[in-house]
Write a protein that binds this ligand. Sequence first.
Ligand SMILES: C[S@@+](CC[C@H](N)C(=O)[O-])C[C@H]1O[C@@H](n2cnc3c(N)ncnc32)[C@H](O)[C@@H]1O
Length: 283
Amino acid sequence: MSAAKNLNYEEFKLSQETYTKFASYIYELAGVNLPFNPKNEALVKNRLAKILRAYNKTSFEQYWMFLKSAGPAETQEFISALTTNMTSFFREAAHFTWFGKAVKTHFETLYSMRIWCAAASTGQEPYTIAITVCENIPEKLRPSVRILASDIDTEVLKKGALGYYKESEMSGISKDLMFKYFDRSTQDGETIYRVKDFIREMVHFSQFNLISEKYEFKRPFDFIFCRNVLIYFDDKTVSKVVENLSSSLNSKGYLLLGHSESGNIKNDLISPMSKAIYQRKAK
Ligand SMILES: C[S@@+](CC[C@H](N)C(=O)[O-])C[C@H]1O[C@@H](n2cnc3c(N)ncnc32)[C@H](O)[C@@H]1O
């Protein structure tokens, strides 16, 4: 182990001035708002310390100088470190009970379905969407369902696309669904679950930054899940993102936000339906 890896990073002070440089940069890159307070200071310090260690940097200021002239891979690593990827299967489960019924209703009159999971993290959410679709439509309709799973963090997208999960990452899913939609194997004495091929094939993983100026998709979506990411944005960014998401919906398409995020969402294109669910007004 190198000398730098043995250093105790608690000894290094993160000055408010350097903190502000990191916070402004992650805001510029991802819209993530980290105002200076003890909790955020500890978060930035802990998460960036791991990168400091990896690059043998001995101060946060030295890492900042490096980051300013770094290439895309190092910038991506910085984004990855300061975004929070917590997720689980069937998180905020009431949404999936609603979604299962909405899927059935959709196919009563339409023949295809486009879904976007816009902050997909390590894949548990888009796979929950795919499983819910499969539980509610006949097998022959599966090829007409497309699910785009995007995130700003390419590390989580790689994991999502592979679709391997440890036992500890399987919370939220019933034994019955686990058996139906996952293959089980053992690696080094540990049980590993892999999402079955036909489910993985329904989901396409791709990087997308929600703070992009304009969203340009060839065709609008019938359902957009953008859950538990707006909490990291300030009000100005939330309104812009909600405007762009709403514009990316089909007439009468649905936008699902996180349960704690729907408090003061106001946009003329959408109407509230039920808890954290909005519907695009008829075009
Ligand atoms: C807490 S996770 C939520 C995951 C999932 N939607 C859920 O509800 O379980 C938030 C995700 O948002 C992503 N994220 C943060 N800023 C983003 C941005 N500007 N564009 C796209 N994704 C972003 C993070 O990388 C992270 O994976």
